[in-house]
Write a protein that binds this ligand. Structure first.
Ligand SMILES: [Zn+2]
Length: 412
C-alpha cells in the first residue's frame, strides 16, 4: 500500500466536486401538476383513464394505475414529483362538465392513499396551492395572482401546510406557482413560508424567446429558496412519433424545428451535455370542466413520455425528486474541496448541511493512472472511504462533518 501525491510519475492529479449525486451527468425530474382529490364525474366506470386527478386513488382506471402500468412497469427508476392542490381544486369555468372535487381530508380513502404516496420513495408530494385559484368572471384566476397581500398569501400557505401535516404527518419541501403565474408578493410568500425549493417559471420559454426574460435553465436561488427550472415540455413530440402525425402537437413539433431549429431530442441533448436539470413538465387529467385538453398531460403524451425515457437511456443520469435535487445543489454550493499534498480537504460552510453527502471525483491528467487500482480516502481517525472507478475518475461519497476534514489518499 502506498500513499500517492500530486506528482507521482509526473502525472497531475486533480480533485473536484461532482455537480450531481453519484457523479452522474445530469438529474432528471418528472413533474405532474394538479394532483388532487378530484375526478371528472360524467364518465362511466371503466372510462376513467384521463378523467382522474388522483381522487380515484388506486381504483381500476385511476391515474395511479395508469402511471404504474405505463411508466413504472418499464421505467421503475423514475422519480415523480406530484404537485398537490390541498383544498377543493377549483373548476376552470362555471357550469362546465361535472366533477367531484374535495379537500384531501374529506374522504378517508384519499387521505390513506395520499399518506401511502408520501411513504413511497418513487414520489415526492409538493405544494400547488389550496384551490389552484378562484373563478372570477366565470374563468379561473391562478391562486398566487388572487392574493392581495403578503399576509394573505402566507396565511393560505400556512392553512394548507397544517392540513397536509394533519393528514400525512409530513411537511412540504417545495412547490410550484399555479399556472407559473405570480405577483409582487409571491416570492416573499414562498421564502417566508420556509420552502426549500420552488418552481417559479416555465423556463422552456427560453428556447423560443428572442430577448432575455425571467427564465433561466440553471438553478437559481431567491431568499435562500432553490428555484428549480422547468425545462422540458413532455408534450413536445418527437418527429419520429409518426403515430401522432395528424395531431396538433405534431404540427407544433414541426413548427419548432423550422422556426427555432429545435426538436425534443436536441433539447434533451443540450440539457444533459451541459449538466442541466432535465425537468419534464406534465399534468394529471387531460379532461377538465371546460372540455379542453390541457397540454401537456400524462395521458395524451404517454407515447412521447415513453419515447423520452427510452431516449434518455443513452446517458448516465440521476432520476430524482425536487427535494433531492435542491438538497444536493445546496450541498454542492456550500462545500469546498481541495488537494493539499497527499491530502483531500473537505469543508462545509453551513451547519444545516452537516450530515449530508457530497460526491467528489479524483482525476488524473494521464487517464491510465485512474484505472490502475483501488483507491481509498482515510480520515484522520482512520475511517476508510472506498472509491469507485467511473469514467476515468475515482468517485468518493463524503459525509460532511462539523469541522473541516482531511483524508489521506491511499492506493493499493
Ligand atoms: Zn396547476
Amino acid at each position: 500500500m502506498k500513499t500517492v501525491g500530486t506528482a507521482v510519475s509526473c502525472v497531475k492529479m486533480e480533485v473536484e466536486k461532482c455537480k450531481w449525486k453519484y457523479g452522474k451527468q445530469a438529474p432528471v425530474m418528472f413533474m405532474i401538476d394538479d394532483f388532487a382529490n378530484k375526478y371528472m364525474a360524467d364518465k362511466l366506470d371503466g372510462d376513467y383513464v384521463g378523467a382522474d386527478w388522483g381522487g380515484r386513488c388506486r381504483q381500476p382506471h385511476s391515474l395511479y394505475e395508469f402511471l404504474q402500468k405505463k411508466i413504472f412497469s418499464d421505467f421503475p427508476y423514475v422519480k415523480m414529483t406530484l404537485f398537490l392542490v390541498v383544498g377543493r381544486r377549483e373548476a376552470f369555468i362555471a357550469n362546465g362538465k361535472p366533477s367531484v372535487s374535495r379537500r384531501i381530508d374529506e374522504t378517508p380513502e384519499f387521505a390513506d392513499f395520499l399518506r401511502e404516496i408520501t411513504e413511497d420513495e418513487r414520489f415526492e408530494v409538493a405544494y400547488h396551492g389550496y384551490t389552484h385559484g378562484k373563478l372570477q368572471e366565470d374563468y379561473l384566476t391562478q391562486e398566487w395572482i388572487t392574493f392581495t397581500s403578503l399576509e394573505e398569501a402566507c396565511q393560505t400557505i400556512e392553512k394548507s401546510k397544517k392540513l397536509y401535516h394533519r393528514v400525512t404527518g409530513k411537511k412540504f419541501y417545495g412547490g410550484k406557482y399555479c399556472g407559473y403565474e405570480f405577483n409582487e408578493f409571491s416570492d416573499a410568500s414562498i421564502s417566508k413560508s420556509g420552502f426549500e425549493w420552488w418552481c417559479r417559471h416555465w423556463d422552456g420559454n427560453i428556447y423560443i424567446h428572442r430577448s432575455a426574460g425571467v427564465e433561466n435553465l440553471n438553478i437559481e436561488e431567491f431568499s435562500g429558496c432553490v428555484d428549480i427550472p422547468s425545462t422540458v415540455d413532455g408534450g413536445l413530440l418527437s418527429l419520429l412519433n409518426i403515430q401522432k402525425f395528424i395531431s396538433r402537437n405534431y404540427l407544433r413539433a414541426i413548427y419548432y424545428l423550422f422556426k427555432y431549429g429545435l426538436t425534443i431530442e436536441r433539447i434533451l441533448d443540450r440539457l444533459v451535455q451541459n449538466g442541466m436539470v432535465v425537468n419534464i413538465q406534465e399534468h394529471s387529467s387531460p379532461i377538465r370542466e371546460d372540455e379542453k385538453h390541457q397540454s401537456p398531460n400524462v395521458v395524451d403524451d404517454i407515447s412521447n413520455i415513453r419515447y423520452i425515457l427510452r431516449y434518455l437511456k443513452r446517458y448516465d443520469l440521476w432520476y430524482a425528486t425536487g427535494h433531492e435535487i435542491a438538497e444536493y445543489w445546496k450541498t454542492y454550493q456550500n462545500t469546498t474541496v481541495l488537494l493539499d499534498g497527499n491530502w483531500v480537504v473537505v469543508a462545509v460552510e453551513k451547519t444545516e448541511l452537516v450530515g449530508k453527502s457530497i460526491w467528489i471525483a479524483l482525476r488524473w491528467s494521464n487517464k491510465k493512472e485512474s484505472k490502475k487500482g483501488k483507491y481509498l480516502l482515510r480520515s484522520e481517525i482512520g475511517t476508510d472511504i472506498e472509491g469507485t472507478n467511473y469514467n476515468d475518475k475515482i468517485i468518493f461519497e463524503i459525509k460532511l462533518k462539523q469541522n473541516r476534514e482531511r483524508f489521506k489518499l491511499i492506493s493499493n
